[in-house]
Design a protein around this ligand. Structure first.
Ligand code: CMX
Ligand code: CO
Length: 146
């Protein structure tokens, strides 16, 4: 079951400058940064709020590590902006299979590794009214170092 907004993914050209904008404008601090080579991103997670199911909601600021990555291609075409939304679930595998059965294209056969050791998959934006949609199951508590 999808229980929360896990994060909103925002594509940017310069991660450091964008992080500074969110800090100076809103007071949001960086909770975690990492490079995910498989996804082709350098990213910063800004925690916005805790949630009632024990998870949290974040902004995920994304800078491409290579031009031919999903975010690199998207930035070249659209410029900076909201790239995707991500819903949180306790079981990304079960939920993505149930959604696939409804005729929505799920991009990965098996979930892959996302931020902070989470398991992630994506739904094709053309099957979701133009919104690239990610499903996320957080890593079990205590298994990730920040
Ligand atoms: N939101 C909405 N529509 C999008 C989109 C997005 N983020 N990215 C692409 N599209 C649309 C394009 O506009 C295009 O539409 P038209 O045919 O009408 O022009 C269509 O989808 C195909 O786009 P494309 O530019 O040809 O790009 P690809 O098909 O090569 O890739 C996608 C699109 C969704 C398969 C690819 O971006 C992908 O695999 N995304 C999942 C992985 C990802 O985004 N990783 C980065 C984030 C990592 C993280 O969150 O941790
Ligand atoms: Co994401």
């Amino acid at each position: 079951m999808l229980t929360r907004i896990d994060h909103i993914g925002i594509a940017c050209f310069d991660l450091d400058k964008t992080v500074e904008f969110y800090r100076a404008t809103y007071g949001f601090e960086v909770f975690h940064t990492e490079v995910n080579e498989e996804q082709g991103v350098r990213e910063a997670m800004l925690k916005i709020n805790e949630t009632s199911d024990g998870g949290a909601s974040y902004l995920q600021l994304l800078e491409p590590t290579r031009e031919d990555s999903a975010v690199g291609k998207w930035l070249a075409k659209n410029g900076e902006g909201v790239h995707h939304i991500a819903f949180g679930t306790g079981d990304v595998t079960a939920d993505s299979e149930a959604i696939r059965d409804k005729g929505v294209r799920v991009l990965y056969d098996q979930p892959r590794i996302g931020s902070m050791g989470s398991s992630i998959t994506f739904l094709h934006p053309k099957d979701c009214h133009g919104v690239l949609t990610e499903l996320v199951t957080s890593a079990p508590e205590g298994t990730t170092a920040h």
